[in-house]
Design a protein around this ligand. Structure first.
Ligand code: ATP
Length: 743
């Protein structure tokens, strides 16, 4: 008999739960199992009857973009009792279910583990009372469990991200951006309370993303008793520098170092009294957990859902239940109750004001983000220290515009000034370096840049060669440039490499050259994510959601063309985020046999009631099988079953305000870049061969790494301008599993 698996959502809802349910249902079917949804969490498990329902492939169609959870969630006191759990066991066995995927918080996961531990006893009792036959009891001798964490708070130990946290960050960032514009118009301060219970993740990340003035979180209270004075003096200094808006973000669990809660009302009173500002409070409340999930939450939920099914279906009687998490951009399985215990330890540490322990348990990513936030809010222009060498750092954007470039430039400028150096903005990319168009930037030059899309400096795809190199060398000499910070895509890296190769001819190129990856294509080696790619992915996801809605009433296939040049990142990820039937990648090529199969799949689907087909094609997937060609082929072969439309998304993918992830990535990388330049010129980070470094920064396995430019070039497939190894190709089987039923 096929294994039967139940899926439930429990505790507070979180955007992305539907994507997880969809993935669990489809992965289970593909693995040959039968799958049941347990409606309304543990309440449904106890109620049984219609609240436990078999799910088909189609039942989870069209839910990927929906917030909340379509199978309902609840808190259920009866499940906390042994009697309640016995009834739940009876109901599960009525359907032959002995594997569960539970999507919820630490309470829900604890409940699942309790049920698992009691299973043998409970089933024994049910046999004695005649509720369950001895044969059924024998067939379902143990219960296996896999847990996914659904929580906007991102407060669980054992995973870098929980389902819903990224979406909540989007909601908060949008709201704070809106407040910032009104605050600036009226020269007003806003104190904004964000959710997170005892976790400051949403507060810290939204503060970085929006360029807030101050942030208060539970895990790292101000380390001074007169923190209020310190906050006010920093904000006063900001006003003196010309800042018109003041935003303070307060996590709902914020406290001082003695454990006394810091409320928004208190912060407002302090600012009104000591800063003399007009202050308003905004409590963002439940809008933070609502709405359509972000692309990241859809993708994360999908890949974690598949992993949970694999774990629950293969667990043996002695295997501990696992929590599926993501760490350093890799899926991991960890003992469920260990993670629950550690999560509780954080809360206990906070309760006794052991902040060091709490920060340690929150993990490296959070600690680093907090450190960066602290550096940024305290950063101010400083004169060089006595005897300090004053560096002149040129900052240039290169390649196509990528959302988040401005956030990176802003941070680079401010930290350069903070360290007593001089930042110079290069206008219009390498064209500006050729024509000598540079400007010294001041603190206020980059005010308000964090949320803005495009490239305010201006960018170009120009890669200098031949005579251009003379011109660049002259500019660098004339402006006495000590280091070059390039924020851009492939063109930026190529340009940097041209300079490095010509170092023998032009001594002025023998300066540190640091590249920060910023391109929506995400095609730069030694960096898992480049600035701008997440925004582009969300842009695509939003538009495709609309395209799908437009087709609800008709039988239609859409061929959607997305950017990326030869790199299929945007295509594959948008396939995962939108639930497309098929994705065409240059990495895999497109051949006639595949197209025949796709036509057969579409014909079969539409014959059996399908109303929408979505095919995503990377712009350079194949030079001859163009988007138009695919559309014509499907139209002809679809006959009366469906018609076909083309949607070439074009430049909207590159536009728009940067999403929080891109702003945060930009902030982290720009901070590291300035540190690196300073260290390689003044400190101890000189390149091993004695030459000033030429390197690229990139997030790899959760760390920001510095990779020598030569190595980056070796890791590249130059002909197609992408890395030879692309981590995200490992997600390809998941996209297939979500779109084709094979079980
Ligand atoms: P959130 O993070 O949104 O609060 P949660 O899963 O932690 O989610 P809880 O209210 O703690 O939310 O738990 C949800 C449900 O899980 C409870 O209503 C109860 O049915 C079950 N549950 C929680 N803790 C236990 C427990 N110790 N034993 C049995 N069941 C539990």
């Amino acid at each position: 008999m096929a294994k039967r698996l139940g899926v439930l959502t429990s505790g507070g809802d979180a955007p992305g739960m539907n994507a997880a349910v969809r993935a669990v249902v489809r992965a289970a079917i593909n693995r040959g199992a039968e799958v049941f949804a347990i409606y309304e969490g543990y309440q449904g498990m106890i109620d049984g009857g219609p609240r436990i329902r078999p799910m088909s492939w189609e039942d989870v169609g069209g839910i990927l973009h929906r917030g909340g959870t379509i199978i309902g969630t609840a808190r259920c006191d009866a499940f906390r009792t042994r009697e309640g759990r016995r009834t739940a066991a009876q109901n599960l066995l009525n359907h032959g279910i002995d594997a569960l995927v539970v999507i919820g918080g630490d309470g829900s996961l604890t409940g699942a583990d309790t049920l698992r531990q009691e299973w043998t006893e409970l089933v024994g009792e049910l046999v004695q009372t005649g509720g369950v036959s001895p044969q059924v009891a024998e067939e379902h001798a143990y219960l296996s469990i896999a847990g996914l964490v659904g929580s906007i708070d991102n407060d669980m130990y054992g995973t870098d991200m929980t389902i819903g946290a990224d979406t909540a960050l989007h909601r908060i960032t949008d709201a704070v951006d809106a407040l910032t514009s009104t605050a600036a118009s009226h020269q007003r301060a806003f104190v904004v309370e964000v959710m997170g219970r005892r976790c400051g993740y949403l507060a810290v990340m939204s503060a970085i993303a929006t360029g807030a003035e101050w942030v208060l979180v539970p895990e790292s209270p101000p380390d001074l008793d007169d923190w209020e004075d310190h906050m006010v003096s920093v904000m006063r200094e900001g006003q003196r520098m010309g800042r018109r808006d003041n935003i303070v973000i307060v996590a709902e669990g914020a406290q001082d170092r003695h454990g006394k809660p810091i409320t928004c009302g208190y912060v407002r009173d302090v600012l009104e009294e000591r800063l003399g500002e007009d202050v308003r409070i905004t409590v963002l409340g439940h809008v933070q957990r609502g709405g359509s999930p972000s692309a990241y939450d859809r993708i994360l939920s999908t890949i974690m859902g598949v992993e949970a099914v694999d774990s629950a279906l293969t667990a043996g009687p002695t295997d501990e239940p696992v929590l599926i998490g993501i760490q350093d951009n890799k899926l991991i399985r960890q003992p469920l109750m260990y993670c629950v215990a550690k999560t509780r330890e954080i809360n206990e540490a906070l309760a006794v004001c052991d902040f060091e322990r709490a920060m340690e348990l929150r993990g490296r990513g959070y600690r680093n983000a907090f450190r960066i936030m602290r550096t940024l809010v305290r950063a101010l222009p400083h004169p060089p220290k006595e005897g300090q060498r004053r560096l002149r750092i040129a900052i240039v954007n290169a390649g196509g515009a990528a959302p988040g470039m401005n956030a990176a430039v802003r941070v680079a400028v401010r930290l350069t000034l903070d360290k007593g150096h001089i930042p110079l903005g290069v206008i219009r990319g390498f064209r500006g370096l050729i024509s000598g168009h540079l400007e010294e930037y001041r603190w206020e030059s980059v005010s308000g840049w964090a949320p803005q899309g495009g490239s305010i400096l201006g960018t170009s795809r120009k890669v200098p060669d031949g005579r251009d190199l003379y011109a660049v060398a002259r500019t660098l000499e004339e402006h006495k440039i000590d280091a070059l910070l390039i924020i851009g895509g492939w063109a930026g890296y190529e340009a940097a490499y041209q300079l490095v190769k010509a170092r023998d001819t032009f001594p002025s190129f023998s300066i540190p050259i640091v590249c920060v990856p910023a391109t929506i294509n995400n095609n730069v080696p030694a960096a898992e994510f480049s600035i701008g790619a997440d925004t582009a992915l969300n842009n695509i996801t939003e538009v495709v959601d609309k395209i799908k809605q437009s087709a609800v009433a008709s039988s239609r296939v859409f061929v959607v063309e997305v950017m990326g040049r030869y790199c299929g990142y945007l295509a594959l990820m948008s396939d995962l985020a939108t639930g497309a039937e098929r994705v065409y990648l240059h990495e895999e090529g497109v051949c006639l046999k595949d197209l025949e199969q796709d036509i057969a799949m579409l014909r079969d689907g539409f014959t059996h009631g399908k109303r929408l087909g979505l095919m995503i094609r990377n712009e350079y997937a194949n030079p001859l099988y163009t988007t138009q060609f695919l559309a014509a082929l499907f139209e002809e072969e679809g006959g009366d079953l469906f018609d076909v439309r083309i949607s070439v998304l074009g430049h909207l993918q590159q536009g728009g305000d940067p999403q929080p992830f891109d702003r945060i990535l930009a902030t982290r990388m720009a901070t590291r870049a300035v540190e690196y330049i300073e260290q390689s010129l003044i400190g101890d980070e000189a390149a091993p061969d004695g030459l000033p470094a030429a390197a690229g920064l990139g997030q790899v396995s959760g760390e920001l790494r510095v990779t020598p430019l030569e190595d980056i070039m070796r890791m590249s497939d130059d002909k197609v301008q992408r890395p030879k190894q692309q981590w995200w190709m490992s997600l390809r089987p998941v996209t297939r599993m979500m779109s084709f039923r094979t079980g």
